[in-house]
Design a protein around this ligand. Structure first.
Ligand code: ZN
Length: 383
């Protein structure tokens, strides 16, 4: 941390302090527990304070990495340029929390938490709830080093990342890298696999970033569907030796009903649906089960009712064929299924005959080769 109380009871910030040996002769105390703090003037990390013994401190002190300290410093300096009157590490007694930075943007109080270390879900939720209770908007910014890009437009996003995404009102993930001095704004996140998601990525140099824009305005998403198509392509060429239990159940069902191996799954089970983020199952799993249900009806020339497809989806969740990423309302589930069906209509695979009643308009064609299938994938997602 950068803040401490001096012997005279004044607040003291180490931010921008020169590595003066004189500091070593003074005494500093923790604003929360009153414990004595050591001044750390190493070469690796920015000058900062640390508890001599942190056992007695009521605020759980995470050891701060050089990356974290430098990022926090840069964010604070940036917020000073944003007319946001930032306060560094203020202690909020009511909730016993100390955010990295508090700022006021457009009359709204924000707690900016720059999170670089892994954090327990309970702690994350408790902190988020604490700020809300005080009428403060929590604004989590992830240390960019915690993000791994797996392919163009793809990031490895695990449960750790998803808690930040859920906490965001627009389901975004914001990260900052003090080395490149770039914000990365990740939005329109669509999982392909459980832990690998397609998304829109905007990079913004900090000196060009507007806090108001970044924290309150809609991003300008640009999804590169050619990258989505490439992910399908990679899937089709994968050996599929190690597959999850639910993927295996889908594989068996597709083989039994359609004589289709996993690599030959139809294009229609790889539809990028934003609301589909509610599913933890890979995209082809949740869509695969629904696709089989819809085409079974379609082949019998029976109408496909939206309510029946939704019911089927709930049944598969109950049977644990499809898993959810988080508990969600019926409405949320219904939106995901609706987006999927709407896309299939847009591509001419389904046709709506009455409100929320559909028929198959395209007989599923016999696909001869993997090459044909890859060509079909490409044609489906041409922008
Ligand atoms: Zn303390």
């Amino acid at each position: 941390m950068f803040s401490a109380v001096t012997e005279d009871g004044e607040m003291f910030h180490l931010l921008g302090a020169r590595q003066s040996r004189k500091l070593k002769q003074r005494r500093f105390f923790c604003p929360v527990c009153g414990g004595e703090l050591a001044v750390k003037l190493g070469l690796q990390k920015a000058p900062h304070f640390a508890h001599r013994q942190n056992k007695s401190c009521s605020i759980d002190i995470e050891p701060e990495s050089a990356y974290h300290l430098e990022g926090k410093r840069q964010l604070y300096v940036w917020l000073q340029t944003q007319q946001a009157s930032p306060a560094l590490e203020p202690y909020i007694k009511n909730i016993n929390q100390r955010p990295d930075i508090m700022a006021k943007i457009k009359g709204r109080m924000l707690a900016v938490e720059y999170q670089c270390a892994t954090i327990a879900p309970e702690v994350f939720q408790k902190r988020t709830a604490g700020f809300k209770q005080e009428g403060i908007i929590p604004q989590w910014i992830m240390g960019h080093s915690r993000l791994k890009r797996t392919a163009p437009s793809f990031y490895q996003l695990s449960a750790f990342h998803w808690q930040f995404i859920y906490a965001h009102p627009r389901r975004e993930l914001l990260s900052y890298c003090p080395e490149t001095r770039l914000f990365h704004r990740i939005s329109s996140i669509i999982p392909f696999y459980t832990n690998n998601s397609f998304c829109s990525i905007q990079t913004i140099p900090i000196h060009q970033a507007s806090a108001e824009n970044l924290f309150f305005n809609e991003p300008e998403p640009s999804l590169h569907y050619d990258h989505w198509t490439k992910a399908i392509h990679r899937f089709r060429h994968k050996p599929h030796q190690f597959i999850s239990e639910e993927t295996n159940r889908l594989r068996l069902l597709f083989y039994e009903k359609r004589r289709t191996p996993l690599s030959f799954l139809p294009t229609e089970v790889f539809i990028p649906v934003i609301k589909g983020a509610v599913f933890k199952s890979p995209v082809f799993v949740w869509q695969g089960f629904l696709y089989l249900f819809m085409t079974d009806l379609g082949y019998k020339r029976a109408p496909i009712r939206f309510s029946a497809v939704l019911q089927q989806c709930k049944l598969h969740i109950y049977k644990k064929n499809i898993s959810l990423r988080y508990e969600c309302s019926e409405e949320c589930l219904s939106e995901a299924v609706k987006q999927y069906i709407d896309f299939l209509c847009k591509k001419g695979f389904l046709r709506e005959t009455q409100k929320e009643v559909y028929v198959l308009s395209q007989p599923a064609e016999d696909v001869r080769s993997l090459q044909d299938l890859i060509e079909r994938d490409r044609a489906c997602f041409i922008e």
